[in-house]
Design a protein around this ligand. Structure first.
Ligand code: PMV
Length: 328
């Protein structure tokens, strides 16, 4: 009754920001989304269920998580116990190899790893679709960290059809996500809370009208490896999602001055012939997307910016999977 899984974080190219009305508890998104799994941002988690445990215990990077995160993990363990018809308490040990709560989607990798390890420990025998649905119930974007490579979270009206599929394997396209960390401060407003305000923005309804076309175009550009069209689309999409956040009531400003500094630098590099595009999730750190041939030049440019404290380059990666090496 013990299993360990590793799961990647992912970067959304077409983003999930807002849920369908009345389907908030099931985490059914207002629109479909597209992302890529990241090779160097990962969570490893071991889960064991046993009669010898008197209560659930969770260690996350060596510490007990804060109450809100702790309760969220317990709720997910309860979902797993319910599906597995078991009542044993759990021991969970988890390690993240990157800062959490800073816009690098640690809840995606964290809940994908918890889902796969927990299902293994409870012997649930879920299909990849079932695993993606279960992960989604804990954290929306986690469902996209289950399948491999480039993934699409399908737009659907019911919980059992709202899951992610692989649209291209990791080796389909040699693009790189260079994460530029300017600050490790945790964001004050979580994605769940932030997106609950989405529909107060006057631009939200407008945004929704265009999402199907964005998804179709994004898939077309990935398939054709059309980097210029793809890059322009994803940068515009990131700014649009943040515009909804900025114009929500009360407004949400996730960016810091350092965020805008790097955004402007990326646009300048483009003018100078170094093609790269930025995207930003909930938070202030940036993901800079470029082709593999430009990776070292983008890193060199980032190293020149004082505000950039850490750089993590990622290739497209496999999805969540069981590994043999347990953490306890
Ligand atoms: O799944 P959550 O609750 O972490 O929300 C993810 C929100 C964004 O990262 C901004 C967009 C996305 O699709 O990943």
């Amino acid at each position: 009754m013990k299993a360990t899984a590793v799961a990647p974080s992912n970067i959304a190219f077409i983003k999930y920001w807002g849920k369908k009305k009345g389907k908030e508890a099931e985490r059914l998104p207002a629109n479909g989304s597209i992302s890529m799994n990241l090779s160097n941002l990962a969570t490893t988690t071991t889960v064991a269920f046993s009669k010898k445990y008197k209560k659930d215990s969770i260690l996350w990077n060596g510490k007990k998580p804060r109450e809100r995160s702790f309760q969220r993990v317990i709720r997910h363990l309860d979902r797993i116990r319910e599906l597995g018809k078991i009542s044993e308490r759990a021991r969970v040990v988890s390690i993240n190899n990157f800062p959490h709560g800073t816009g690098l989607s640690s809840s995606a990798s964290g809940f994908a790893a918890l889902t796969v390890a927990g299902s293994g420990a409870a012997n649930l025998q879920l299909s990849q679709k079932g695993m993606s649905i279960l992960a989604r119930r804990a954290s929306g974007s986690a469902c996209r960290s289950i399948p491999s490579g480039f993934t699409e979270w399908l737009d659907a009206d019911s919980s059992d059809e709202s899951y992610a599929v692989s649209i291209f394997p990791p080796d389909h396209w040699n693009i790189i996500d260079i994460v530029a960390i300017t600050k490790k401060d945790e964001k004050e407003i979580s994605s769940t809370e932030g997106m609950s305000r989405a529909e107060t923005s006057p631009f939200f309804e407008q945004r929704l009208k265009k999402m199907n076309k964005k998804i179709t175009d994004c898939k077309k550009y990935i398939k054709a490896k059309n980097f210029t069209s793809f890059g322009n689309l994803i940068e515009q999409e990131a700014i649009e999602m943040h515009t909804v956040a900025l114009t929500s009531n009360p407004p949400l400003i996730y960016w810091y001055p350092e965020t805008v500094l790097v955004m402007k630098a990326v646009q300048q590099w483009r003018k100078d012939g170094l093609e790269s595009y930025f995207t930003i999730n909930t938070g202030h750190n940036l993901h800079i997307i470029t082709e593999a041939k430009n990776q070292s030049n983008v890193i060199k440019e980032l190293q020149e910016i004082k505000a950039v404290r850490e750089i993590i380059a990622n290739k497209p990666a496999l999805g969540a999977r069981i590994i043999e090496k347990h953490l306890f």
